[in-house]
Design a protein around this ligand. Structure first.
Ligand code: 0L1
Ligand code: MG
Length: 256
């Protein structure tokens, strides 16, 4: 029987990611894994990633849409770390993954540090230098994407890779109205506007800053922030081509 600890959980989940294997939820074996402990697991896994040469480049929010929370059975948004190893270079196909799913996101690049508590969507947007469209590929280390909030937080919110689109604009447009069509192999499979992301992606950014402040942390200048899937995540089969077409933020494609 595994003697669970923060260090052991981080090691096991990172090893599963590296090996491309999935497992049952940690909470089934470690009932003491609560949300606070899960963020400590995530932080320890980040420490391991940095110690092998990865660079911290930002954060991602997950489960910022009610529809996705209901589908995944998790009742809160989650935060996780982004490193440079998660950037999918343009034109590269997906690396081997366990069960990849793609979701379109509105992406911010911060021009200045953003530190909670008390950050509102309006003050959050003042820290943004550029807004992009992106595609995040999520890949849970739990079989069948079955997990509790604490499980997925420990698993860095199913992070694997993401691609930011080629069009970056200064903040100013109403992002709640920014629309996205999600296509798989040329057929539209879903659509949404930025309103799906907590009413406005600026709200997600404020939530990230305020949640980080609860942990004594801030969002740093230059960081990338993925604000959460606008639509449900679609499975990416080998050879499939997923495209996200945004109204003002251009198009992003990923091939499986
Ligand atoms: O980026 C995301 O929305 C992922 C959140 C974690 C849960 C999941 O795997 O959907
Ligand atoms: Mg996401």
């Amino acid at each position: 029987m595994t003697e669970w600890s923060i260090a052991e959980a981080a090691r096991v989940l990172l090893a599963a990611e590296d090996a491309g294997t999935s497992r049952g939820p940690l909470t089934a074996e470690w009932p003491g894994l609560d949300v606070r402990t899960a963020y400590a697991v995530q932080d320890e896994a980040l420490r391991l990633r940095l110690s092998r040469g990865e660079k911290l480049i930002g954060v991602k929010l997950g489960l910022t849409s009610k529809a996705k929370q209901e589908r995944m059975g998790v009742d809160r948004p989650v935060l996780a770390w982004l490193t440079d190893a998660m950037v999918l270079p343009s034109a590269d196909p997906l690396p081997p993954l366990i069960h990849p799913r793609a979701e379109p996101e509105i992406v911010f690049v911060l021009g200045s540090r953003l530190c909670g508590p008390g950050v509102t969507a309006a003050t959050a947007m003042e820290a943004v230098s550029r807004v992009y469209g992106g595609l995040e590929i999520i890949d849970s280390r739990y079989s069948d994407f079955r997990f509790s909030a604490a499980d997925t937080i420990a698993d860095n919110a199913s992070s694997s890779v993401f691609r930011v689109g080629p069009v970056g604009i200064a903040p100013g447009i109403d992002l709640s109205l920014e629309a996205c069509l999600l296509e798989v192999d040329g057929a539209v499979v879903d659509s949404a506007t930025g309103a799906a992301v907590l009413g406005n992606p600026g709200e997600a950014l404020a939530l990230a800053a305020n949640s980080m402040a609860d942990r004594g942390l801030a969002l740093e200048a230059g960081w990338i922030v993925l604000t959460g899937g606008m639509t449900d995540a679609v499975p990416v089969s080998p050879g499939a081509r997923v495209a996200a077409h945004f109204t003002n933020l251009g198009s992003v494609t990923v091939s499986g």
